[in-house]
Write a new protein. Structure first.
Length: 150
């Protein structure tokens, strides 16, 4: 997860720099919110002064975990009418088999109205820099395959 950042530009200000952490212990973090969980509280951070670097370290916080299970089940049968080497293969693939909705990394842009909010369903949108695209998570998907080899 990225460290909280600020997005102010201009004379003497650093674009996309790290924020100052003003609270030693996170307050209000971990509470449920609409569509996700509030993992960071904006009151725990402040914008550093002009020309000063923020005190939060690189990768200072960990994002929520990712749980995903893909499985495949298949079987091959001989088919004597197609020849000696004829085989019929039946296979089923299941993606996101547990159908578990994962939390995305929280919004790390300090001035954003959704700062610290981690929403369910990982998406490629983020208000901070760089715009990382881990994956687009989908619901459980099944794929059926029937293959005849001769």
């Amino acid at each position: 997860m990225l460290a909280p950042s600020t997005a102010f530009a201009g004379t003497g200000e650093i674009l996309n720099q790290r924020a100052d952490r003003v609270a030693a212990v996170a307050s209000g973090a971990g509470s449920d919110s609409a569509g996700g969980r509030q993992l960071l509280n904006a009151a725990d951070f402040a914008v550093p002064g002009p020309g000063q670097l923020g005190n939060t370290g690189r990768n200072a916080f960990r994002g929520p975990g990712l749980y995903n299970l893909d499985i495949s089940l298949g079987r091959s049968f001989p088919v004597k009418y197609v020849g000696d080497s004829g085989r019929l293969t039946v296979r089923v693939d299941a993606f996101n088999f547990l159908n578990h909705a994962n939390l995305n990394n929280p919004d790390a842009l300090l001035g954003s109205s959704t700062f610290g909010l981690a929403v369910f369903g990982r998406r490629e949108r983020t208000s901070g820099f760089p715009a990382v695209t881990p994956l687009n998570e989908t619901a459980r998907q099944l794929q059926f395959i029937l293959r005849l080899s001769f």
